[in-house]
Design a protein around this ligand. Structure first.
Ligand code: C5J
Length: 222
């Protein structure tokens, strides 16, 4: 199978496009828009909006070139039976997971806030993995979906850099996937955490994976 080389740090990375997936992590209204889970935890959600355009371009290129695309959404069942108390008991009591908010019940599946932002909405045929935790492999069938397709490398985009993107990259790394993170396709409520999280991925010879930019991925996948 033809190899495609993506310019990245700490070094260029060669992947087989047929064995590469674009993984879009939690690009949901609950994290990117006012009134959702991110804001109820005291964050300035406007810090995340810059990811939408580069993610949109990457998603469009992936669809054009036939790259496998998977989306994830963080959220819980309406009865919150899959939400640990240790997670629910965060933030102001009136604004916790399951509480009513301007976009419906906070971080609950099926509510308006749980949806992926319209610019990055999944298309038919693109699996959407609902996850109760930070990592996309925890308590989901993501690994089964990727193994069934023979996927070996992941281009990981989404929010937030140091929480769900990082946790997913770590989980994927332990499962043998090469993870490539375009820096402008991920963001944090804390710019300094974003920078350090990316450095942690590429440090020590790429201990968790590679970092790059959406332009480099676009140049490589054509
Ligand atoms: C958070 C996420 N930050 N998707 N979730 O709680 O990063």
């Amino acid at each position: 199978m033809p190899l495609c080389t993506i310019e990245a740090e700490p070094e260029p990375v060669a992947v087989e496009l047929e064995r590469t997936a674009l993984v879009m992590i939690d690009l949901q209204r609950d994290f990117l828009e006012p009134g959702g889970f991110g804001e109820t935890l005291g964050n300035d959600v406007s810090r995340l909006s810059a990811v939408i355009e580069p993610c949109r371009r990457l998603l469009a290129a992936a669809r054009r070139t036939g790259l496998f695309v998977v989306h994830t959404r963080e959220g819980h069942r309406p009865d919150t039976s899959d939400a640990f108390r240790a997670k629910v008991e965060r933030g102001a009591p009136a604004l916790r997971i399951g509480a009513p908010g301007p976009m419906g019940r906070i971080l609950i599946r099926g509510e308006p806030g749980h949806a992926i932002v319209p610019e990055l909405a999944p298309e038919p045929g693109e699996p959407v993995v609902d996850k109760p935790g930070k990592g996309a492999f925890y308590a989901t069938d993501l690994e089964l979906i990727l193994r069934t397709r023979g996927i070996e490398a992941l281009i990981v985009c989404g929010v937030t850099t140091e929480v769900c993107v990082h946790t997913t990259v770590r989980e994927a790394n332990d499962r043998g996937y090469r993870c490539i993170v375009p820096a402008d396709c991920t963001a944090s409520y804390f710019p300094e955490f974003h920078e350090v999280a990316l450095r942690m991925i590429r440090a020590q010879g790429g201990i968790f994976g590679w970092t790059t930019s959406s332009d480099e991925v676009l140049a490589a996948i054509g």
